[in-house]
Design a protein around this ligand. Structure first.
Ligand code: MN
Length: 324
């Protein structure tokens, strides 16, 4: 078996699954793959738990159907996009574990220990800007045609996941140039599809998190540690844009402790730091829970009562790492 065998499937029922809390890259990736596979198969998209606001808007505008309660017994093959760990599967975890279906996977997150499928059936490119970028390589290598709509979706995934090109892989701009041509859309039009207005509650939550932020200095390095009820990821991002080199923001959501970590891109590069690998996956050695993500953006979900201790462990691990 190889990941490209997915293109040989004929007359099958295929379920494409995104990570929980699907974002624009996840939904766009699912739709790109669906457009290719649907030529010869029945294809559905499923999202465990919720879809973020922007992704929902894009799914509506581009008529991308998805369900949140698929009947797993109907499908012959499962395809995972924009995730590679069971942690990110949320409430689909048990059904996926129990499923004997063929499983394929496309992703750009740091590889995790709890892999969903075999290496042969996975295409994981950790330094790709988005999963849609990974899919653009795949379709090109397999000489599959990329339609106008797929090109638009690939561009949307890249622009959204790179936070409008605040980082990129060596090929990102070349791909964007190609996709703009195929999509026949101008750049501003695509940009406006992913730009987002923060809600009032989000703005206030983030500003409050700033008030409660502790600043820890290790030599010239600034680590920020904050607390918030929701929007941990956005608050951690805000702390990085305010000047922190690394930020950890913790909160309790739905009875679970959730910690989001962010690192400044250049800082992480200079130190060869990978937050997912070196901090968030390691937390599972000390606490019950799940952790993973990317080099500069990662998270951990554990027991609510451990929040304070998990936050302290993040600081210990990063201090050990940076002082070494
Ligand atoms: Mn992604």
């Amino acid at each position: 078996m190889a990941v490209k065998d997915i293109l040989q499937l004929r007359g099958k029922n295929i379920l494409i699954i995104t990570h929980k809390g699907a974002d624009v890259d996840a939904i766009a990736s699912a739709a790109v793959l669906r457009a290719t596979l649907i030529k010869n198969n029945n294809v559905e998209i499923a999202v465990p738990e919720h879809v973020n606001r922007k992704a929902k808007e894009i799914a509506e505008n581009l008529d991308i159907p998805y369900s949140m309660m698929p009947d797993f017994s109907l499908f012959h093959a499962l395809v995972f996009v924009d995730l590679n760990s069971y942690e990110m599967l949320g409430r689909f975890e048990e059904e996926v574990k129990g499923s004997k279906c063929q499983k394929f996977l496309f992703d750009h997150h740091t590889k995790s220990q709890d892999a969903i499928t075999t290496k042969e059936n996975s295409l994981i490119i950790e330094d790709a800007a988005s999963t849609t970028e990974v899919l653009s390589y795949f379709l090109k290598d397999e000489k599959e045609e990329i339609s106008e709509e797929q090109a638009l979706l690939i561009a949307l995934g890249i622009i959204s996941d790179t936070d409008r090109f605040s980082f990129a892989s060596k090929d990102t701009f070349g791909i964007i140039a190609d996709m703009l041509k195929i999509s026949k859309k101008d750049f501003n039009e695509i940009l406006s599809m992913v730009s987002e207005q923060r809600s009032l509650s989000e703005k206030i939550a983030i500003l409050k998190a700033m008030q409660k932020t502790e600043i820890i200095k290790i030599g010239d390095i600034i680590i920020a540690k904050g607390w918030i009820g929701s929007f941990e990821a956005q608050a951690a991002e805000a702390l990085i844009s305010c000047g922190a080199d690394v930020a950890f923001v913790g909160g309790v959501t739905d009875g679970h402790a959730r910690i989001s970590g962010r690192a400044d891109f250049l800082f992480a590069k200079n130190y060869g730091l990978d937050l997912a690998n070196e901090i968030f996956q390691k937390l599972t050695l000390f606490f019950e829970g799940r952790g993973g993500g990317h080099a500069t953006a990662a998270s951990f979900t554990g027991k609510a009562q451990d929040l304070e201790r998990i936050m302290q462990k993040c600081l210990d691990l990063i201090s050990e790492r940076l002082e070494a």
